[in-house]
Design a protein around this ligand. Sequence first.
Ligand code: BTN
Length: 250
Amino acid sequence: MNDLLTPEAVAPFLRGRFGKPYLYEPECESTQLLLIGSGLPEGAVAATEHQTRGRGRLGRSWEDAPGASILASIVLHPPAARHLPELSLVAALAVAETVEAATGLAAQVKWPNDVMLNRRKVAGILSELTDGTVVTGIGLNVNQTREQLPLDATAEPTSLRASTGTTYDRAELLGSLFFRLERMYDVWRYGGLTELYPELGPRDFLRGRRITVDGKPATAVMILRDGRLELETGRHETRAIESGEVVFER
Ligand code: BTN
């Protein structure tokens, strides 16, 4: 297996609009930075084997073991009518379905931007908006051994390999991921999250779980059709949130 994400390795698996053009750097600071402010059209993708300053949500860093994961970003121009926080859920759903197709295991979406496999975080999504253009970055742990996974205080990480004992062709996975993302993005573009709800609802990881949101206890009810998370904060007391740091009880 030529397990690199070079344009030559990935081209046979890029079947739609997404991934064109395809920018590749063996190493870079962050794939987000290769695209933010680049003026590249929707569907442009940047990928690398290793990031020296990978960005996570809420100002965190995203660590990787070189050559073992998918580290990729894409330029999107969502219509003004769409609610942007939903986009990370759309991307997380595309990742979850890619993981399921590759492993045969069920994967879930943990609101607002994580993908879970065997109750552990296997992928994270980061969407950054500048001048109407969104750059959505995806970090998917693929071939890391358990020892190569970072110690993360908020969610115990896993990789496809750590979960199944098998190694995967990252170029093929990347192609499959952007093909699924393109279909889901198009559905969302024209119809919003409600059109993807039949796929998202059953994969809602937090549904019914005891959680804390920014340190305060609650029970997650479910992801709503507008992308917010409904919480039960007391007896018969519910509210919906747009953002927040969610930690779940194991
Ligand atoms: C999170 O879980 O906090 C989001 C992590 C997002 C990581 C990806 S890796 C590709 C892209 N480039 C970055 O610097 N971050 C995103």
